[in-house]
Design a protein around this ligand. Structure first.
Ligand SMILES: Nc1nc2c(c(=O)[nH]1)N[C@H]1C(S)=C(S)[C@@H](COP(=O)(O)OP(=O)(O)OC[C@H]3O[C@@H](n4cnc5c(=O)[nH]c(N)nc54)[C@H](O)[C@@H]3O)O[C@H]1N2
Ligand SMILES: Nc1nc2c(c(=O)[nH]1)N[C@H]1C(S)=C(S)[C@@H](COP(=O)(O)OP(=O)(O)OC[C@H]3O[C@@H](n4cnc5c(=O)[nH]c(N)nc54)[C@H](O)[C@@H]3O)O[C@H]1N2
Ligand SMILES: [Mo]
Length: 825
């Protein structure tokens, strides 16, 4: 019996529950132990996990009654309270549904797509239609007309990872267009391989113990780890919070100085009670150039480091000194007018960060904007000038706010997953790889362009992409009507699509804009296995099914087993194994991989215990090998060194991403930037404190803990609110030329003038399907801009958006986001 389980049972023994257990229940308890469960008078407790962490759930009367963090999790997130509401949400997809007009009016009736009128059909009818549509598209067009390549934050569990199921099954039928990159780090992951030799954004970073004992200054650059490590890509351990606690103490004692460079006071800044340096949104590069200018002018930078480890400083310098084409010297005074940071403050910061060991930690929001490549590149240049890359507690990182990066990793191997691709040697039913001259892979956020401007040629990362003429979309494990920008542009594009199939458990706006919706079950209704701690690799977690699939929902595995049966690929798809056989096999493979270092028990024991722990990890120092010997451990850049100037990028000849980092004005910007006279407020759509994107928005009770007049909150400064006659709790309209939405005002001192926030993932609830209709709940992507960051990454620019806000007058429409479709017959 593992320690955690023993502790749990001991805990139960001291509660009254155990003393009232009668003999029959004790027998049940003994049986339950073999199912990874403990029985008490008021139900069975089962171990499982989620993006929000590992937990025990109490099941009674066939229902999940209670969720408690696993004892190992010392810093559980409040969001565990929202889990029950996902399972029992009134917005669950209950039955297979087909859109009324699509089915009855034919010709795909794109003009009414989004009116939310659906007909309930049987599973067989729905899957037959799905299969027929796949056939039609492959036969009439070809693989280029089908986009099934989107991915997203599928629920956890290595076997049931749903997008893999969809892509393997659809891929067994025929090829399809797919994507490269993601919405999280599109710009960052494209630029950094040129500069530091790897994507960096998903790299392990220096461990917190090393930082806590070596750093004197930590710069949180657009980074809110206290908010953002509540969730993880795999079951999150929340081990980072122990270190945040220690950091808070050190900040209080003056042992470490933390500076949050951010347009707003973040949750982390508030928690640590650290220094705040306000910077105007989207202007960090100007600020960084001024820092570089000071470091150079005051001769503070590390010349030896640049000589030994970096290339191209001399090609970059003229730009800083105003001796290149633009003739503008990047002085702190020049920057002040753009970024709002006082020139003296810039000089002070430059002197501070070279003085002692400094760790710069970037978040990702800052690259989710136009020219998002530049701040990351320029950040690496600053770090190179400080000369501390590769030292414990020094240098630059781009991942410390993500999935427990920075917890000393154990090095244990996690379980593999269900294969995303068709097995080797097998061919799809439609064995056609002819993309008709179109690109097979496109940059992730450009899929809407493909629908609207098929055949258009765009530049991307040194190559050309020709956008395919998409006719059909299959969506699983992501919510494009949350994650993509500019809803009204999306409406226009979706009117052109012929068929949209979505596999979902929550009736999101994506379901509303689909034609065939198949009810998946949630992760809580299936058995699975996961790595505990995506980056810490703290152990292996059993994910026990808590309840049977609700309504007519099925696991994605069962859905696609049924689909592949329709074209004779069922055996290949499942490899002849069922759910538990897969879970057992994944465990067996994982046990083998860990044999030498982390002995694991037999499966049944693991399943009964709920978790295998790998013990404490070993501290890690990022880029240490490179620092030690750049010849033996070169970076993955073309030269093997840090590239301050990139010949490769320079040769691409792009306008918005040139040979070295540069300041570019944005297409729209607050604080005196373009169009700020008309729309003076920058809208940031940071990641939610109380959701995972759009997941959990459907959790009614939990949502009610943060909504304002049933709407998503919009955070606004006291000054901006007052100037517009807006009071805390008012219903407001947020708008620009692209769209309009309703939200509830929350007036907060954390925001300076000119900056407002609506968290991403608020469920889109248009008043109707017409272009321009007001969003009744508060989805920030109603007003965001759908452009590419630059010719290099073509990444999402969700944060390049400005708006105006006013008190809402007139008749208040009800929120249309929740509760599912309108049932027609
Ligand atoms: N304005 C703005 N927009 C943004 C961002 C921003 O900062 N601002 N951030 C971007 C970023 S970084 C990201 S990562 C994306 C996130 O975008 P997504 O990953 O698309 O967002 P989620 O809300 O997590 O959507 C996952 C969907 O999959 C469904 N799902 C989960 N598990 C399963 C399953 O097992 N089976 C099936 N069939 N369905 C399942 C959930 O119900 C949910 O609707 O959003 C991007 N969009
Ligand atoms: N609770 C929770 N945690 C999450 C997620 C979630 O949905 N909920 N999603 C996860 C995912 S998929 C991702 S990609 C990450 C997202 O991680 P990030 O993208 O790093 O997170 P955000 O919260 O959007 O932004 C972090 C900080 O950047 C600041 N910022 C924004 N623009 C600028 C700018 O121009 N300059 C400067 N200096 N600062 C700026 C914001 O004010 C904010 O404090 O979070 C992960 N963690
Ligand atoms: Mo993300």
């Amino acid at each position: 019996m593992s320690l955690s389980r023993r502790k749990f049972l001991k805990g139960l023994a001291t509660t009254s529950a155990v003393s009232v257990i009668g003999p029959s229940l004790l027998v049940q308890a003994a049986n339950a132990a073999t199912e990874g469960a403990a029985t008490t008078a008021d139900g069975v407790w089962k171990v499982s996990g989620s993006h929000w962490g590992a937990f025990r759930a109490r099941i009674y009367n066939g229902k999940v009654q209670e969720i408690k963090a696993l004892e190992l999790d010392k810093y559980p997130t409040d969001m565990l309270k929202g889990i029950k509401g996902i399972i029992y949400s009134p917005s669950r997809v209950r039955y297979p549904m087909v859109r009324l007009d699509w089915l009855k009016k034919h010709k795909y009736s794109g003009e009414t797509r989004g009116n939310n009128r659906f007909i309930r059909v049987t599973w067989d009818e729905a899957l037959d239609l799905f299969y027929q549509e796949l056939e039609r598209v492959q036969k009439d067009y070809g693989p280029w007309a089908l986009h099934a390549g989107m991915t997203g934050w599928r629920q956890t569990g290595q076997f049931h990872s749903c997008t893999s199921h969809m892509q393997r099954a659809v891929g067994m039928h025929g090829n399809f267009m797919t994507k490269v990159g993601d919405y999280s780090t599109g710009a960052g992951q494209t630029i950094l391989p040129y500069v530091l030799g790897s994507t960096e954004v998903y790299a392990q970073a220096t461990s917190w113990p090393e930082i806590l004992s070596n750093s004197k200054t930590i710069v949180l650059w657009g980074n809110d780890p206290f908010k953002n490590t509540q969730v993880g890509w795999q079951a999150e351990t929340h081990g980072s919070y122990e270190y945040y606690e220690q950091l808070k103490e050190k900040v209080a004692k003056g042992e470490i100085k933390v500076i949050s460079i951010d347009p707003v006071k973040s949750k982390t800044q508030n928690y640590l009670n650290c220094d705040q340096l306000y910077v105007n949104p989207q202007t960090d590069v100007a600020f960084m150039l001024a820092l570089a200018h000071t470091l150079y002018k005051e001769d503070l930078y590390d010349k030896k480091f640049l000589e030994t480890y970096a290339l191209g400083f001399d090609d970059f310098l003229p730009y800083v000194l105003g001796k290149s084409k633009d003739n503008v010297e990047k002085t702190p005074e020049w920057a002040e007018k753009i970024c709002g940071v006082k020139a003296d403050q810039t000089r002070e910061l430059a002197r501070l960060i070279v003085k002692d060991r400094t760790q710069i930690m970037f978040g990702w929001s800052i690259q989710r904007q136009q020219h998002g490549e530049q701040p990351y590149w320029m950040g690496a240049v600053i770090a190179a000038m400080l000369g501390q890359i590769g030292l414990p507690g020094g240098g630059v990182s781009y991942s410390h706010h993500y999935s427990g990066v920075g917890i000393p990793p154990t090095g244990g191997a996690g379980p593999g997953g269900f294969p995303r691709n068709v097995d080797e040697g097998q061919k799809p039913k439609w064995d056609n790889d002819d993309f008709n001259g179109y690109s097979k892979t496109i940059p992730v956020a450009r899929w809407l362009d493909a629908i609207l401007e098929p055949g258009k040629e765009i530049k991307y990362n040194g190559s050309k992409v020709i956008l395919p003429d998409t006719k059909m979309l299959v969506v699983s494990g992501c919510n494009p009507w949350h994650h993509h920008q500019d809803r009204n542009r999306m409406k226009k594009a979706f009117q052109k699509l012929q068929t949209v199939v979505t596999i979902e458990f929550a009736w999101t706006a994506t379901c509303r804009f689909s034609d065939i919706v198949l009810p998946a079950c949630t992760q809580f209704e299936r058995n699975d296995i996961d790595l505990y701690g995506a980056y810490s690799a703290s152990g292996i977690l059993a994910m026990h099914k808590l309840v049977d699939p609700l309504y007519q929902s099925k696991t994605d595995f069962d859905i696609f087993t049924e689909l592949t049966r329709r074209f004779g690929r069922q055996k290949q798809y499942t490899r002849g194994m069922d759910e538990m056989e897969w879970v057992r096999m994944l465990y067996a493979d994982c046990k083998k991989a860990n044999q030498a270092n982390f002995p694991m028990p037999e499966f049944d024991q693991f399943w009964a215990d709920g978790i295998v722990e790998f013990g404490p990890g070993k501290p890690f120092i990022q880029h240490a090998g490179f620092r030690e010997d750049p010849e033996i451990n070169p970076l993955g850049t073309p030269s093997g060194f840090i590239e301050i100037f990139s010949r490769k990028i320079d040769r691409y000849g792009y306008e918005h991403c040139q040979g070295h980092p540069m300041w570019f004005e944005k297409s729209e910007r607050s604080h005196g930037g373009p169009h700020s006279d008309k729309f003076p407020l920058w809208l940031q759509s940071c990641h939610p404190d109380q959701r995972l994107h759009s997941q959990m928005c459907e959790s009614d009770e939990y949502r009610a803990t943060y909504t304002v007049q049933d709407r998503e909150p919009v955070y606004i400064s006291p000054e901006d609110a007052k100037a517009r006659g807006i009071k805390d709790g008012d219903l407001v309209r947020v708008f620009n030329d692209r769209g309009q939405l309703l939200a509830g005002a929350k007036v907060s001192d954390n925001y300076p003038t000119g900056v407002i926030r609506i968290h991403e993932g608020a469920w889109y609830g248009p008043l109707n399907e017409k272009i321009g209709a007001i969003d009744t709940y508060g989805d920030p992507n109603t007003v965001t801009q759908d452009i590419g960051s630059s010719e290099l990454a073509q990444a999402t620019c969700a944060n390049t958006v400005i708006v105006e806000i006013e008190k809402f007058k007139g008749e208040v429409p009800p929120v249309t986001s929740f509760g599912g479709p309108i049932f027609e017959s």
